[in-house]
Ligand binder design. Sequence first.
Ligand SMILES: Nc1ncnc2c1ncn2[C@@H]1O[C@H](COP(=O)(O)OP(=O)(O)OP(=O)(O)O)[C@@H](O)[C@H]1O
Length: 275
Amino acid sequence: MEHALEVRNVSLRFGGVRALSEVSFAVNDGELFSIIGPNGAGKTSIVNCISGRYRPTEGHLFYHGRDITALKPNARAPLGIGRTFQNLALFHHMSVLDNIMVGRHHLLKNNFFTGALYWLGARREELEHRHKVEEIIDFLDLQSVRKATAGTLSYGLRKRVELARAMALEPKLILLDEPMAGMNFEEKEDMARYIVDLNEEFGMTVVMIEHDMGVVMDISNRVVVLDFGRKIAEGDPAEVLADPHVKRAYLGEEDEVLVDPDDAPDHPPIAERVA
Ligand SMILES: Nc1ncnc2c1ncn2[C@@H]1O[C@H](COP(=O)(O)OP(=O)(O)OP(=O)(O)O)[C@@H](O)[C@H]1O
């Protein structure tokens, strides 16, 4: 299977702080891949290196074999790399529809001037964009709020609009920074289903940071674990859960169980619930 992404020996320093130390892993095309680790482990730093927000101090990043280490963030979007943020980054005064349209900005061929010259072409283009946006609205069940002002929506819905905007870019690789943070159980369940579907139905490769271990272990194909800026484990969810370094990083002890999502009889694993 082709690697969609390869992180090779990436280190990142902020003055005296080593945020990342020689981190390497690869994400296969079509995979749902999660990055986990305790607070301050370097998860957001690595995602910022992938999206181009940070430039590694050492090491390289490859996207489908191409070295993207030196590319600016806005040069990565046209290659098919999209992202959402840990803290919502929506335009609160704008409608849901317009927020999602913003996500298609880099796909617009006609600007105001060329649009004025080639009105028909521009009109057709806009209709195509609208069509695509409506598809995403349907997929994420946002029909009832499409005209609502983003700032008036509940937190869970705003997170969903942010996902819609990232999807509007039609990324091949989507980076999700804590997509379920601050959500209640039902909202998490919905979001997990959307993530599984965008991976399986839309064929997007997903790289996700998430603190909810139950969700991570239920829906991920593979997981990488960071601690103090270093990779301490990598593998499928069962391997990672069984890894003594991981248990120690989370609990400070080896013989406790990190998480057992099947534990709670009222809450069957999300993978089953979203099937
Ligand atoms: N812009 C920055 N300037 C200085 N230090 C930074 C910066 N960004 C991150 N760090 C430091 O790098 C380390 C890794 O931080 P990072 O935010 O990547 O961790 P994280 O695993 O995403 O944490 P959390 O789960 O709390 O979001 C931390 O020690 C953090 O303080």
